[in-house]
Write a protein that binds this ligand. Sequence first.
Ligand SMILES: Nc1ncnc2c1ncn2[C@@H]1O[C@H](COP(=O)(O)OP(=O)(O)OP(=O)(O)O)[C@@H](O)[C@H]1O
Ligand SMILES: [Mg+2]
Length: 209
Amino acid sequence: MINNARFITLEGSEGAGKTTALKTIKKILNIWGVDYICTREPGGEPNAEKIREILLHSEHLHAKTELLLMFAARNEHIENVIKPALNKGVWVVSDRFVDASYAYQGGGRELGYEVVKWMDDFIVGEVQADLTVLMDIEPEIGLQRIKSRGQADRIELEGIDFFHRLTKSYRDKAKLEPSKYAIIDASKSFKAVKLAIVSAFESKKQELM
Ligand SMILES: Nc1ncnc2c1ncn2[C@@H]1O[C@H](COP(=O)(O)OP(=O)(O)OP(=O)(O)O)[C@@H](O)[C@H]1O
Ligand SMILES: [Mg+2]
């Protein structure tokens, strides 16, 4: 924590409802009267958005290249967006952050927890989320939700085993530090998910504010 500004991250597999959840989180923070910015990964600033293009639309990338590019983009994002905001006392809400690397590169690409942890310590260091909202869902349901979205990106084209591995990695990561997480059953209706998010934020309010 830098000042009393808080860093909130949203995580979850494809189509879990992260971007939808962001709308609810914005409403909550508006009610709390908090000054905040919303950002996303991979991307969130110009250099990182260029790297995002390589990550999502290259024909092929080796797993280690993907890991390095993900953390290269993250470093630009941290240095140019996240740290400056937190230093000014502005809260940051990021649609995906480092847990996505534990899930996608560690689990999905099978590079393992340790190598991601090393990169996490090296690049993210102290800039860890105060609260991570994990939109937990069986990958089949999430993928079904985004099926009609049109052209799939490189990662969305992976087989189902990839998504099962990453879902497990997200859950395992959350188990390491349960108090830092709000795990939302994202398979429920829009309304039920929204209520679960509101309730999770209410129970964390004292700690965060
Ligand atoms: N609880 C829900 N029930 C049914 N459909 C939902 C629910 N939440 C979101 N959706 C729908 O599922 C799709 C994916 O939602 P959203 O874009 O919020 O997910 P996401 O996690 O941000 O996806 P991505 O991983 O692609 O960024 C959207 O069409 C959205 O309207
Ligand atoms: Mg999204």
